[in-house]
Design a protein around this ligand. Structure first.
Ligand SMILES: [Zn+2]
Length: 63
């Protein structure tokens, strides 16, 4: 199944991801999935949990 841009006038099927830092978070990043053509945001992936796990792994490796 192919995803299509929710913008009726656009109908594009190509998307891009963009990492965005939230101002209210403590180094909290989310990944926006947006239309390659019109920039309409179609999804958000909360990266905070993943970053926390990566940080833990990194700290463990350093010790
Ligand atoms: Zn679009």
């Amino acid at each position: 199944m192919q995803s299509t841009c929710p913008n009726m006038k656009c109908g594009n099927t190509a998307f891009e991801s963009q990492e965005v830092k939230l101002t209210n978070g403590n180094n909290h990043y989310v990944l926006l999935i947006q239309c390659d053509k019109c920039g309409c945001v179609v999804g958000v992936i909360d990266n905070g949990g993943v970053n926390a796990i990566l940080k833990q792994l990194r700290e463990r490796k350093d010790n």
